[in-house]
Design a protein around this ligand. Structure first.
Ligand code: MG
Ligand code: ZN
Length: 318
């Protein structure tokens, strides 16, 4: 390696050598929102609705709703505890939320058949998501779940802490910038595990799913639920927003799986993978396809830019 190599490349090589991971892996990533994307309701409001109506509509609660959702839910959990709604009842309620049709199948198929890495990025909390995911036998499918960490204390009160504190991103709430989480995950996979994603899919429905898709590359896919806020916002502001990713609109998991399975980008790699023996020395299959190689060249440049940005401050401005 020449001395002019970027800091990021040096870090990457060092990490790879330390971990004994010489060979780069090329994979695909799908990142999912949770509420109204994987599950058909909002986990927070479903649990809130265990309260008697007069408490839900009370002033004590309503004045918090406009302020901060996290504070609002903290009060909801205190009220549930005061009403003696048990941990078991809350967990039962979460498990009973139906999937958005086809999502359990979609997740299993992407994980087992299409060689995807899967993550969840959600503003719900770890207790709700873990409970639902475990009940639907999906725990093994996810590499990571990024959300607000939560636990029941010894008295049975559910305590939720913010995922992080941020003020940089105006598109996102202070406790969770999904775009930042997604970027960090992709860079970490590269630097720590030598895994590069040829295509990143982001699947969501809400306004807090706009930030991550605006950071996506031209080889990525923004998958927005039809008729929901994310889709409406992206369509309405299409010219202004400068979305680089390809836009996929879906109504349910079956339809999204169909659309993803039909993508030429994924098809070609599947076929090549089946027909091409593994080449020693790490030659990559996409070099067989001009169009894909071109597309991936853009992505590599973008990846290198982000990796060097993440590796530390630039020595001198270019
Ligand atoms: Mg959502
Ligand atoms: Zn953000």
């Amino acid at each position: 390696m020449s001395s002019s190599s970027s800091a990021a490349a040096t870090v990457s090589a060092e990490v790879a050598a330390n971990c004994g991971l010489g060979k780069q892996q090329r994979r695909r990533l799908a990142a999912f929102d949770f509420d109204h994307t994987i599950v058909s309701q909002n986990t927070d409001t479903v649990v809130r609705d265990l309260l008697p109506t007069e408490l839900i509509t009370s002033n004590a609660l309503n004045r918090l709703e406009n302020d901060s959702w996290t504070e609002y839910m903290a009060e909801v959990f205190r009220m549930l505890h005061a009403q003696q709604v048990t941990e078991a009842r809350i967990r039962d309620t979460i498990r009973g939320i139906p999937e958005v049709p086809g999502f359990v199948r979609l997740i299993k198929h992407l994980h087992k058949k299409l060689n995807f890495d899967l993550i969840i990025i959600s503003d719900s909390n770890s207790v709700f998501i873990d409970e639902w995911v475990r009940a639907h036998n999906l725990s093994d499918c996810f590499q990571a779940i990024f959300t607000n960490p939560a636990e029941f204390d010894e008295n049975g009160l559910l305590l939720v802490r913010p995922h992080h504190q941020q003020t940089d991103c105006k598109l996102s709430a202070s406790n969770l910038c999904k775009g930042r989480v997604l970027e960090h995950f992709v860079i970490e996979q590269d630097l720590r595990h030598n895994i590069r994603y040829d295509h990143v899919f982001y699947v969501g429905d809400g306004n807090n799913d706009i930030c991550p898709v605006l950071r996506q590359r031209a080889c990525d896919f923004a998958c927005a639920r039809q008729g929901f806020a994310m889709e409406k916002h992206l369509i309405k502001n299409r010219n202004k927003l400068k979305l680089r990713a390809n836009l996929l609109i879906w109504r349910n998991g079956f339809e999204l799986l169909e659309q993803m399975s039909a993508l030429p980008q994924l098809q070609l790699q599947q076929q090549l993978k089946l027909s091409m023996p593994t080449v020693p020395g790490g030659a990559t299959v996409e070099s067989q396809s001009q169009s894909l190689a071109l597309n991936n060249a853009d992505c590599k440049a973008e990846m290198a830019r982000r990796a060097s940005a993440a590796a530390g401050p630039t020595q001198s401005p270019q």
